[in-house]
Design a protein around this ligand. Structure first.
Ligand SMILES: O=C(O)CCC(=O)C(=O)O
Length: 243
């Protein structure tokens, strides 16, 4: 388990987790996404989204990774300390409810406007938190990732649609009186975890370097309010082994 300071996580709504993914698994993940993109045809089960500009079309987002390829992703997740963190933060009733890639490709990768995850989900995910893995260098140079410390503290903040932004409703730092964002500077394999109400986003990638990230979301499946389309209980995840 990494050095996890639960007090700072509860105070700020996020926590940085260096070296979560070993080099081999980070490379495996990048190779998987590169190979999938190279096929030119992504199965509909991945619910793929694309960024497009000036005749270039690149993968933006893939969903349901663990459900589409449990034999690949189960052992990769089990070789990290994610399951242990989920036990510590949520308890034995934790389950993976989302596993997605945010691929923010070079030149055309679009912005992800500031939002709280729970505000965009169609179900309530009790005690949910995300672990977002950097698969390439991540910094403001290639679109980065940022978040507003303490933005989780009062729970849900109403989101608004923004003209010409097609993906989802969003927050605004000034209008919603949020604190200045922290820009995460991550090396491949580093991760950041955040609370379901932590406001975060990323900028467009105008650089020549892809900014690839992967996120896994855990929630408390033992809570009576829990409803989900997909769930992978910790016991089912553990059964996928580490090799
Ligand atoms: O990868 C990004 O740019 C944004 C990630 C995000 O918004 C999320 O995981 O909820």
């Amino acid at each position: 388990m990494p050095n996890f300071d639960i007090d700072s996580y509860c105070r700020d709504g996020y926590h940085q987790l260096p070296d979560m993914l070993c080099n081999e698994d980070q490379r495996r993940a990048v190779e998987f996404f590169d190979a999938l993109e190279a096929t030119g045809e992504v199965a509909s089960d991945y619910e793929a989204e694309y960024d497009e500009a000036d005749g270039v079309r690149r993968l933006r987002k893939l969903r349901r990774l663990l459900w589409n390829d449990p034999k690949l992703w189960g052992p990769i997740l089990n070789r990290t300390s994610c399951p242990g963190l989920a036990r510590q933060v949520i308890g034995d009733g934790a389950a993976v409810v989302f596993h997605a890639a945010f691929l923010k490709p070079a030149y055309v990768g679009s912005e992800v406007t500031l939002h709280q995850d729970q505000a965009l989900w169609t179900c309530t995910y009790p005690r949910a938190f995300s672990i977002w893995f950097a698969l390439t260098p991540v910094s403001p140079v290639n679109g980065g990732l940022f978040g507003c410390p303490g933005s989780h503290a009062d729970g849900y903040i109403p989101h608004r649609d923004r003209p010409h932004y097609r993906w989802h409703a969003c927050l605004d730092i000034a209008d919603d009186r949020l604190r200045d964002p922290v820009q995460f500077e991550l090396s491949p394999g580093d991760a950041v975890m955040w609370d379901r109400f932590f406001a975060h986003g990323s900028a467009a990638n105008t650089s020549p370097i892809d900014r690839r990230g992967m996120v896994v979301v855990f929630a408390d499946a033992s809570d009576p309010e829990f409803r989900a389309k997909d769930r992978f209980l910790l016991t089912d995840l553990a059964a996928l082994g580490t090799v």
